[in-house]
Structures are given as structure tokens and as C-alpha cells.
Design a protein around this ligand. Structure first.
Ligand SMILES: [Zn+2]
Length: 308
């Protein structure tokens, strides 16, 4: 079970607990009232006697009439004390699953929603909230460039459909500033998060400062910095290559990161040419990032869409 799913179950457990506490508090306040308490005791007695008679197949209509009378008196007393009948009923936030998170063994939408909200909050800055590839409007792309965008979104959709069993674990998206690389990867990120996968989107500068923090951290603290980068199902590094190079840090930690994420999907965008990345990070990193068989590398040909 993912950390986020576990968190979501804790949220639901907390909701149930708080609601039970609220009901219990109302009940305690009512039972503190002498009039209500006496009526309640009689009601409990009557109910026991009624079920005894019912089990003996005897008539209990007289007791039932008295019972109804008591219930009406209790309700009236509740009102005098400032409560309504509903105050004694549990009111779940999600009436579909009563805040259990499950309907007939299947996960309720509310559980998924909590997971998604947590993932989203954890993820970093996204270029869009869109999660549906079919809703991305490519009509604003000039006809001559459109094919490369259609290809881009077809690949993203394929990754999402197969995830996490997609074979190629590295996706590199090249192209000039503002052509929509981060937008596309944000749609992928949202899409996967909605399916409950954990996603982390960071830009290369954030990545670089995490590397430095990791480098300088005490041994005991290293794990906390490193874990989210390694554990997330999809890691998106935006603007790779734009970060300043820190000797003994940037390329080394990037290599470790990609190595340790061998089984997980890592995507990056870059507006720098492949050769620049080779020079910046060295052959060892470059051959992992841009491996012809193990990576999907594509280039978005287009103009800066933000100028449109
Ligand atoms: Zn629910």
C-alpha cells in the first residue's frame, strides 16, 4: 500500500472517529439531563420487554404505544435542551461509503480523491490541471508542426495506458522554450496521479539543490531527502541542463538517481541540444539518459506557444 493510500485511510478513520465522538458528546449531554435520562431508562426497559414478548409470539401493542409515547417525549425534551433528533445520528462526510472508503469491497471515489489531493500537494509545480489527453487542444498548433505534437501525446497516452509496465523507463522531451513540453508532461503527471500513482515534478534547479542538500546532509538525514526522488512512480525533471553545475555533485547524484530509478519511470524536458547534455554530465550519465534502446527521446518542433 502506498504511503498516500495509507494516509487516506487514516483521514477516513479520523473522520469516523470525530463523528462518533460528536454523537457520543450529544448523548452524554442528554443523559446528564434527569428528565431525558429517566425516559431513556424506561425506553430501554420497554424495548427489552417488547422483544421478549415478540419472541414468545405474544401481543405487545400496549407496550409499543407506551414506547412511542416515550420516544416522542424524549424528542421533545431533546428540543428543549437545544438538540434535534439528527444530532444523534452519525453524519459521514461521504454517505456512499459511510467514510469507510469501500463500497462492496471496491474503493470508493472519496478515498481516491483524498489520495489524489495528497499526491497533488506533494508533487510540485504543474503547468496545467488537465489530466485527459483527449482534451488537450492541438488546434492552436500550426499545421506544419502538428505531427510532432500528435506523436508526443500519443506516446504520453501509451505510457499512461501501460503504466507502470511501460517498457522504456526514460522519456526525454527536447524542444525550444515555450513549445509545451512541460504542459504535456503535466498532463501525464495528473493522469497518473488520478490513477493513484505517486508523481514528483521538479525543475532542474530544485533537483540540483536537493543534490547539494543530500551531499551536505548528515548520514542520518540523507534518506529523507533521497527517498521521495527514488520512491515516486514517475519523476519529472523540468528544464534539465539549465541548472548550474556543482562539481562532484550535479552529475554524480544525477547518475545515482537514474541508476536507482532503473525500474521506475523518469521523464525530463530540455531546451538544450543532446550534445550539450553529454558535455555537461559526461558520457556515463548521458548514455543512461539518452540510451537509444532504453529511452524514448523526442523533439517537439514548434514555436513558443506562450506568444500566441
Ligand atoms: Zn466514500
Amino acid at each position: 500500500m502506498s504511503r498516500f493510500l495509507r494516509d487516506a485511510h487514516n483521514v477516513l478513520q479520523e473522520r469516523r472517529f470525530l463523528e462518533e465522538q460528536r454523537v457520543q458528546k450529544v448523548l452524554n449531554a442528554l443523559l446528564d439531563d434527569d428528565t431525558y435520562s429517566v425516559l431513556n431508562a424506561e425506553k430501554v426497559d420497554l424495548r427489552a420487554n417488547m422483544s421478549r414478548l415478540a419472541s414468545q409470539n405474544k401481543d405487545y401493542s400496549e407496550l409499543k404505544a407506551r414506547y412511542d409515547e416515550i420516544v416522542a417525549k424524549m424528542q421533545a425534551r431533546m428540543q428543549e435542551l437545544g438538540y434535534v433528533e439528527d444530532d444523534l445520528k452519525r453524519k459521514p462526510v461521504c454517505p456512499l461509503c459511510n467514510d469507510t472508503g469501500f463500497i462492496d469491497g471496491a474503493e470508493c471515489g472519496c478515498l481516491k480523491q483524498i489520495v489524489y489531493a495528497r499526491l497533488r500537494a506533494h508533487c510540485g509545480t504543474l503547468a496545467t490541471d488537465e489530466s485527459d489527453f483527449d482534451k488537450v487542444d492541438l488546434s492552436i498548433i500550426p499545421q506544419k508542426d502538428r505531427e510532432s505534437y500528435e506523436n508526443f501525446y500519443a506516446i504520453l497516452k501509451l505510457i499512461a495506458d501501460k503504466f507502470p509496465l511501460n517498457k522504456k523507463k526514460i522519456l526525454g522531451v527536447f524542444g525550444a522554450v515555450g513549445v509545451g513540453k512541460s504542459y504535456g508532461l503535466s498532463v501525464l503527471a495528473n493522469n497518473l496521479m488520478q490513477s493513484g500513482f505517486s508523481v514528483l515534478v521538479i525543475n532542474s534547479a530544485e533537483m540540483n539543490s536537493l543534490f547539494l542538500k543530500m551531499h551536505l546532509a548528515r548520514e542520518a538525514d540523507k534518506q529523507d531527502i533521497w527517498e521521495p526522488l527514488i520512491e515516486c512512480d514517475l519523476l519529472v525533471i523540468d528544464d534539465l541542463g539549465a541548472e548550474p553545475t556543482i562539481n562532484n555533485v550535479t552529475a554524480n547524484y544525477l547518475y545515482c538517481l537514474i541508476n536507482e530509478r532503473d525500474e521506475k519511470t523518469t521523464a525530463f524536458t530540455s531546451n538544450l541540444p543532446e550534445d550539450y547534455l553529454r558535455t555537461k554530465y559526461g558520457d556515463r550519465v548521458f548514455s543512461r539518459l539518452c540510451h537509444k534502446q532504453k529511452s524514448i527521446l523526442l523533439t517537439l518542433n514548434g514555436k513558443d506557444l506562450r506568444l500566441n
